[in-house]
Design a protein around this ligand. Structure first.
Ligand code: TYM
Length: 484
């Protein structure tokens, strides 16, 4: 039996193809896989020739539809590119970086190759044109996270701007998985940027605290997860969000309180199969069913009907999600489902990772205290951690350093300064001085310590002002200061 023959033409194939048109790339991928298995089973079972022939013709039609829809040839075990998650061994090349919601790992001291990631994830680069457009639309100087490529990738941001320029509003959605009491400075990145977006675009913001996710993934009680959610809400509020424009919610709380939210969750659940989440998130048969259905809960806030109190019951308000790129798999899935449940696809802005103190091979992670500067650290702890652990791009001896200069591309202190030192001229001076050997590692670390200590202390001061009552207000479902 040759599988390269043309699929049947005529009415049967035509009607098959028109039925297939309504399927998403992932559903098509699944249909091809199932059909391939069927053909193999028929052949192995020595089924009658005409039965095998019919099954092969169907397989070829399916492959053709898959190619027409995705622009990619079907490859067994490789879901369509836009949806592939890299933690799945079948899809990751040996020399590729590992990036998913739970892991970030690369062998390159300069960190993850983000340009390659854009290609692999099928997102778009935030280029100068887009940054200029944001500047024109808002009338504000672009945030240094944009100017310095810290937010480097997007999905459909140009559409958000098209609509915004035509006076069509949108809303922001971001979140946090409250895995412990203390957040680290890396977690501030999406929140600082979201605050800026909220200010310059003047739009509503919803912040999801996935205490349910942390209960499912970590060894903690439901009560503890909820407690952490409220504690983390204080840190988020301390970033300076406007109480009249921001709704923060815990899944454990809000899911029971909002039929709109739950309706969207079940809609997503109905349109994603176990095979699909296995392909995207790498779940296995032994993962609990809570994990398997969780992605629908992170997807649902992308739809405005999850918040009828804010959007006056309107269903089609565009959503924009700022996050680090580790969260993208959730939203690739969401964007795949959205048109099938009659909702707009959420747009995204992705940031790079704030590296661990030990180097950019991995991200700062709350589970490794020495990799992170926490928002609860004292000035002394910050100083000790930076001096002791921050990976240096300097030379082995002062003489060599003066002669050959340091390497800013791998130096963690310099990397941290690109995130937190806002003054472009000063940053450039430091770069020049370090690269030429004029500035030593200890001196660069001192600049970082003097930048981080007041930043963290100011955060702690603002957090102290956030009372339980303020948290309650932010977390009460209510109308915000916008008319829809
Ligand atoms: P979580 O708690 O792991 O992370 C919260 C936010 O911080 C980003 N992030 C980082 N950014 C830069 N450098 C790092 N080292 C770093 N580590 C984490 C994450 O990308 C995220 O934006 N499941 C999610 C919670 C969530 C969410 C969302 C996040 C629910 N809905 C919508 C973003 C958008 C989580 O556990 O995030």
């Amino acid at each position: 039996m040759v599988e390269s023959e043309e699929p049947t033409s005529g009415t049967m194939a035509d009607s098959l193809i028109s039925n297939l048109e309504s399927l998403s790339p992932l559903q098509l991928f699944e249909r091809v896989t199932e059909q391939g298995e069927k053909v193999r089973a028929l052949k192995a079972g020595k089924a009658p020739k005409d039965e095998i022939d019919a099954a092969v013709r169907m397989l070829l039609s399916l492959k053709l539809s898959y190619k027409t829809t995705t622009g990619q040839d079907y490859q067994a075990g490789l879901p369509p590119k836009d949806l592939v998650l890299i933690n799945n061994g079948a899809t990751k090349e040996d020399d590729e970086d590992l990036v998913d919601p739970w892991n970030v790992q690369t062998s390159n001291a300069k960190g993850v190759d983000y340009d390659k990631l854009i290609v692999r994830f099928g997102s778009s680069k935030i280029d100068t044109d887009l940054i200029n457009r944001i500047e024109r639309a808002t009338g504000q100087k672009p945030h240094h996270f944009l100017r310095r490529g810290i937010f480097f990738s997007h999905r459909d941001m140009d559409q958000v701007l098209d609509a915004y320029e035509n006076k069509k509003s949108f809303y922001l959605y971001t979140g946090r998985g409250p895995s412990s009491q203390a957040m680290h400075v890396g977690h501030l990145i999406p929140f600082m940027f979201t605050k800026w977006l909220q200010e310059v675009f003047d739009v509503p913001l919803v912040i999801q605290l996935t205490d349910d996710e942390k209960y499912l993934w970590k060894d903690m009680t439901v009560e503890k997860a909820y407690e952490y959610a409220k504690e983390n809400a204080k840190d988020i509020i301390a970033c300076g969000f406007d109480i009249n424009k921001t709704f923060i919610f815990s899944d454990l709380d809000y899911l029971g309180a909002s039929p709109g939210f739950y309706k969207n969750i079940v809609k997503v659940q109905k349109h994603v199969t176990f095979n699909q989440v296995k392909g995207i998130f790498g779940f296995t048969d032994s993962d609990c069913i809570g994990k398997i259905s969780f992605p629908a809960i992170q997807a649902a806030p992308s739809f405005s009907s999850s918040f009828p109190q804010i959007f006056n019951g309107k269903e089609n308000i565009q959503c924009l999600i700022p996050c680090a790129i580790d969260q993208d798999p959730y939203f690739r899935m969401t964007r795949d489902v959205a048109p099938r449940i009659g909702q707009p696809k959420p747009a995204l802005l992705h940031s790079v990772f704030f590296p661990a103190l030990q180097g950019a091979q991995t991200k700062m992670s709350a589970s490794d205290p020495n990799s992170s500067i926490f928002l609860t650290d004292t000035p002394k702890q910050i100083k000790t951690k930076i001096n002791k652990h921050a990976f240096s791009g300097g030379r082995d001896t002062i003489e060599e350093h003066r002669k050959y200069g340091g390497n800013c591309d791998v130096d963690v202190s310099f990397m941290y300064l690109t995130f937190f030192l806002e003054d472009d001229d000063r940053l450039e001076q430091l770069k020049q001085a370090y690269t030429s050997g004029e500035l030593l590692t200890g001196e660069l670390k001192k600049v970082l310590i003097e930048t981080m200590q007041p930043l963290v202390a100011a955060h702690q001061e603002r957090r102290k002002q956030v009372t339980d009552e303020v948290v309650k207000q932010f977390m009460t479902p209510r109308k915000l200061a916008f008319e829809f």
